[in-house]
Write a protein that binds this ligand. Sequence first.
Ligand SMILES: [Zn+2]
Length: 350
Amino acid sequence: MTATLIEHADVLITMDVARREIKDGALLIQDNAIAWVGPSAEIPRPDPSDPYTVINARGKIVLPGFVNTHHHFYQTLTRVIPAAQDVVLFDWLKTLYPIWAELTPDDVFVSTQLALTELLLSGCTTSSDHHYLWPNGSRLDDQFAAAETVGSRFHGARGSMSLGESKGGLPPDRVTDSEENILRDSRRVVETYHDPRRFAMRRVLLAPCSPFSVTPDLMRESVVLARSFGQEMDVHLHTHLAETRDEEAFCLERFGYRPGDYAEQLGWVGKDVWHAHCVHLNQAEIDLFARTKTGVAHCPTSNMRLASGIAPVRSMRDAGVPVGLGVDGSAPMTAATCSTKRANACCCSG
Ligand SMILES: [Zn+2]
């Protein structure tokens, strides 16, 4: 067994149910689990016959690792593109899709290393990533290989886009894939990488990109596939929802539903589902999410950058919707907001 003792932290913040904050706090880590927290004077010393590491945290605060609930790692390579500045979401996407169409497996690997390293430097130890285009032979395998080199806990999304311009969707056809391929590869990566055990370093989620880039059939089939693995595997589902007024209009016009109602029609509610953004949910949709324990990744930085609106987080929390924070992709960022965003990083509540 390997042990690490962190002691004499000015404050140790537990984030436990009682929200305890321990002055002159200490923390004992055995193998990869926290075994004990409490005042430094009371900490049980590890067996001295086994060598262990001691870290003196005087002058420091110790707090749990943050959890990032929404990101697009590959976008770390396309920050500050002049043509994508000062535009709203749909125009921003249409500017960047042709650049992203050139991504290679090596680009996916390097951008995953870069994004996870930035996250670790700001205290984030667990991150999901919503990667939804796989051009030029790139695969989720490239991301898991990169995450292993960084040592970060990684929940990789087998994301997808299937509704190209020729079918009335937003992305160019060449960054979309057939639904048959998407579902086949989704099954493969779950079977290869998904680890449902406690302390797992790798989990897989199924994540069609958004209502305007996949068909209702793929949304339904993804739910069926994720749940077909059973409760023990607990494969989760993730997508973008209700991010902008444009999306709301698209859903009403194309599907005849508001975004939250559309999600319910597709089976995309439940404690195994979380949606990014949810800026434009109405109270009935918030109540639906609360009732079904459907989660939300709140991404305030990108919502502000793209002027998408302000998510009704207070109403969501009051109703009992589980809400976490997400950094979202970094491609919208200007050089100045990039560093702000890293500093703000992320955390998870509920
Ligand atoms: Zn996003």
